[in-house]
Design a protein around this ligand. Structure first.
Ligand code: SF4
Length: 236
């Protein structure tokens, strides 16, 4: 398979693991505030790293790097091709972190059952009732995606894999009311992060707010969720 980018070093993306990151191409969501539009809309994306390039790089960095983060786009759209790539990375001795929007529970479950992932980060975009708006799809598609994300959440909760859930707090798409629903939805999860939004390069500039929440507002949102999950972090 092909990748859009290879980030050769990250100290922060994979907790406790010095890593590289690869970016897959294509996504089934259309979040207006997406920061990686070139990865979402296939005509904009150009695969510039072949799988072999990434594997050769990892062979050279063995010992220095310990992990690989796979992000996108939505990596699980690459299904078994991604599984095959992950197997090769694991056979080199690397740990793998997967970022996902949670829309593909069957694939997520398969990767976990095959022992291909060591850590998962899954997005919770907003409340269940507003999901379709945040992911830029129809109400019906939104309902289907909420079902899929709920299934992915169940899979993560019942697995032994460490994982985090995270919400980028984008004004217009997630507000205080939404965090009350999120708190109920993810109840019992071990770790949840609320991330600051900033308007940079986005998928749909006209549908993305210019402003952002204050740090105090994010702390208040965190307080809503805290009683229901193990740990809540504000990423500012
Ligand atoms: S922010 Fe939304 S559209 Fe962009 S990659 Fe993530 S899930 Fe896909």
């Amino acid at each position: 398979m092909k990748f859009a980018y290879l980030q050769k070093l990250t100290m922060v993306d994979f907790p406790g693991t010095i890593s590289a990151t690869v970016f897959t191409i294509g996504c089934n969501f259309r979040c207006p505030f997406c920061h990686n539009p070139e990865l979402v809309v296939p005509p904009l994306a150009e695969g510039i790293y072949e799988e072999k390039d990434v594997l050769d790089f990892l062979k050279k960095r063995k010992g220095m790097l310990k992990g690989l983060c796979i992000t996108g786009g939505e990596p699980t759209l690459h299904g078994k091709s991604l599984a095959s790539f992950m197997e090769k990375v694991k056979s080199l001795g690397y740990k793998l972190k997967l970022d996902t929007n949670g829309s593909n529970p069957d694939m997520l479950n398969g990767y976990i059952e095959e022992g291909l992932v060591d850590y998962v980060a899954m997005d919770i975009k907003t409340s269940r009732q507003n999901y379709y708006r945040a992911i830029g799809l129809s109400e019906e598609e939104g309902r289907n995606m909420v079902k899929a994300v709920s299934e992915s959440l169940d899979i993560l909760m019942s697995s032994d894999i460490p994982f985090e859930l995270r919400t980028t707090a984008v004004p217009t798409y997630v507000d205080e009311e939404d965090f009350y629903d999120i708190a109920q939805w993810i109840k019992g999860a071990p770790y949840y992060a609320i991330q600051r939004y900033h308007k940079d390069k986005v998928l749909d500039g006209s549908a993305s707010p210019d402003d952002t929440y204050s740090r105090e507002a994010l702390e208040k949102f965190a307080d809503i969720v805290k009683p229901h999950v193990g740990k809540v972090e504000v990423r500012w």
